[in-house]
Structure formats: structure tokens, C-alpha cells
Design a protein around this ligand. Structure first.
Ligand SMILES: *Cc1c(COP(=O)(O)O)cnc(C)c1O
Length: 220
């Protein structure tokens, strides 16, 4: 199957309300252009340098998503153009995004990343930490960022029950925060969960945004 056919076949499985982010990390611009020609406009990258390089080479109506861990000192490189940052896991990072967004006269949309997987290595907040962040005066004073939802990754496992449980936990966190801090904010609506191996489960558990790489572009 071509890249265009793979995108088409994933789209057919999705309700229109679910956004497909094509994860193009490590893949050449030619592959991205194939996807773009098929109407794909949302692309995700996990490294700042690679994201900036591709942004410069590719059509400017592409929406670029930063999905990987982001260091504060690199925010400035993506602040002028990034569409959505999925991986906000600290007040310090959010504060730097706010600062750089102000310099660019933009409001940058962000997701809070949560840790639900059993693996130690995955980044992310827990509910208590997120609540602290959202209750802080520093957060409340930020005018150039907007938190539009949450993101998370399930464990890399064959245990489907566990994957279901982890996605349910993310959905529940979303509902808790919606009620506690974003009750009146229609923009707080995204749950970014699901990758090549588990996006069907994620969608069944309420994902609004899936991040799919290898199923579209082939293995890395
Ligand atoms: C690489 C990556 C993906 C896509 O992974 P695939 O298994 O290739 O679909 C999704 N989310 C994040 C955060 C990633 O780093």
C-alpha cells in the first residue's frame, strides 16, 4: 500500500471528530509530501531540530505538532510556527513556552502530558502535579499559552486489558480537569492518545487525536 492508501484506510476507521496526526519522525520530506498530497495537513515530530528543518522545507499550511519531550532551551526554535505542543510536563516548560510565544505575538496551544504507562521512562505529570500547576499564580498569569487538553502513552505491551485501563485513566483525568479547571472552556477538548499499535483501543476509550507513525510511513 502507498502512504496515501494507508492514510485513507486509517481515516475510514475514524469518526470525523478524531484528528489523525501523521508522525513523520526520521522520515524524509518526500514521504511527508506524499501524505500531504493525500490531503494530510497534521504532522508530528519528536525532535526540535528535525521539526524546524522540515518546517523550512515544506508547505506552510502544514500544522506541525511537537509530540516528544521538549527541553526549555529549545522552545524558541519552534515558537514562531508550532501548531500544538503535546508534551508539556512542567510549569517551568509552560512558562518558557509562554515567554517565547509572547515574543512571537502568538498564543501557543499545549497539551499536558500525563504518565499512565507502567514503564519508568515515560515523561509526564500525575493528577496532583497537574492540579498544582493549574492552581499556581504563575500559570494563571500566562496570556500566551492555552491548554487545550491532555496527552498520554499507554504501556508497550500485548496485554490489551492494561492498555484499555491506561486509556480509561487518561480519559478520567481529562474529565476531572475539565470539571475542576476548564468547565467553561470549549477549547479544552483534546485527548491525544493512541499510536500505530493501539489507536483503535484509544479511540474506543475516547481519544480525540491519534499519533500514528509506522502504520503510515513504515517501520523506522
Ligand atoms: C513515535 C511516536 C508516535 C508514533 O509511533 P508509531 O508507533 O510509529 O505510530 C506517537 N507518539 C509519540 C509521542 C511518539 O514519539
Amino acid at each position: 500500500m502507498s502512504i496515501a492508501e494507508r492514510i485513507e484506510s486509517i481515516r475510514k476507521e475514524l469518526n470525523e471528530s478524531v484528528t489523525l496526526v501523521a508522525v513523520s519522525k526520521t522520515k524524509p520530506v518526500e514521504a511527508i509530501l506524499d501524505a500531504y498530497a493525500a490531503g494530510q495537513l497534521e504532522f508530528g515530530e519528536n525532535k526540535v531540530q528535525e521539526l524546524v528543518g522540515k518546517y523550512e522545507l515544506l508547505p506552510k499550511d502544514i500544522h506541525w505538532h511537537l509530540i516528544g519531550h521538549l527541553q526549555s532551551n529549545k522552545v524558541k526554535y519552534i515558537a514562531p510556527f508550532v501548531h500544538l505542543i503535546h508534551s508539556v510536563d512542567s510549569l517551568k516548560l509552560l512558562s518558557e513556552i509562554n515567554k517565547q510565544a509572547l515574543k512571537c505575538n502568538r498564543v501557543i496551544d499545549c497539551l499536558l502530558q500525563f504518565h499512565v504507562a507502567s514503564e519508568e521512562t515515560k515523561f509526564g505529570l500525575n493528577e496532583t502535579e497537574a492540579t498544582e500547576l493549574l492552581n499556581s499564580e504563575e500559570y494563571k498569569s500566562m496570556k500566551n499559552i492555552r491548554i487545550v487538553g491532555i496527552m498520554g502513552m499507554a504501556s508497550f505491551t500485548d496485554h490489551l486489558d492494561l492498555i484499555h485501563k491506561e486509556f480509561q485513566s487518561l480519559k478520567s483525568t481529562f474529565e476531572v480537569l475539565k470539571t475542576s479547571h476548564f468547565h467553561e472552556d470549549d477549547f479544552f477538548k483534546e485527548i491525544s492518545m493512541g499510536m500505530s499499535g493501539d489507536y483503535s483501543i484509544a479511540v474506543s476509550e475516547g481519544s480525540t487525536m491519534i499519533r500514528v507513525g509506522s502504520t503510515i510511513f513504515g517501520s523506522r
